[in-house]
Write a protein that binds this ligand. Sequence first.
Ligand SMILES: [Mg+2]
Length: 322
Amino acid sequence: MAAEDILIRSSTVLVVEDNATNLLVAVNYLKTCGFNVLVAKRGEEGLQIVAQTPPDLILLDVLMPGMDGFEVCRRLKQRVESRDIPVIFMTALTETEDKVEGFKAGGVDYITKPIKPEELFARVDVHLKLRALSQALAERTAALETANRQLYRLATLDGLTQVANRRCFDERLAREWKRLARERSPLSLLLIDIDHFKLYNDHYGHLGGDECLYRVAQALERGVSRPADLVARYGGEEFAVLLPNTDRAGAAHLGRQLKDEVDRLQLPHAQSPVKNCVTLSLGVATVLPQQDDPLTVLIERADRTLYRAKQLGRDRLVVEDA
Ligand SMILES: [Mg+2]
């Protein structure tokens, strides 16, 4: 017997049937085939068993005292926990309308009475296999979605600093530009440079430089709290922070916080003419995006203010004039 068949045969089948003779035939045969069998003589009892011990498949009589099989099936299909369990109706009814009503109630198949064991086995077997396949498919789909998310993350992440990469920044800038042009809401950009990073690299080596970039990037990431704000590595030792729906004052305030965050790291920078630890220069620019304006306007303006910050002696934030 194939592994798959062994698995299918160790499945649990619930039989809900009020007629003792029919019940005995079905249960005995299913047990002979190796299934675990649960039994209920009334619809209500069947629902209780499903709630306590969800089976892999349900054989459901249609005509029963109290709640009939169609109603039992409808209730099973309303509950998240039981809606994926296949239901096969067992019925002496042979009218087409009855069969249609069974499918409408959520049944996957039906067996006409008197029950013929071979048919019973064939239908139970095929629906258990279908269920196993659809479960496997759902698992694979979930695994694929996880892999896709990881892939997207890798494609948008700067490997060294673990913040967004330039490509991610460019895409986000284009998207936010369009959105904020429609909203008529401001977009701010912080361009940030690590002061005298070349001297840092020369003194501490490239591994030391990499470590510094990582720690600064992570400090920036920590300092940004709104989900829409984006910290990205813009180039070598340059970072960009994109701040949607943020005006000049808000951006300047956040810029100062980010600067403080990095100052607190107290990363030694022995060769820096500015201070004995790593410092930042920051330029802030704010625009009201216009649909037809080039995005580069914002970058050029932030770049100019960053240049001014450097000219004024570095270790500072400069906000462009209103
Ligand atoms: Mg009956």
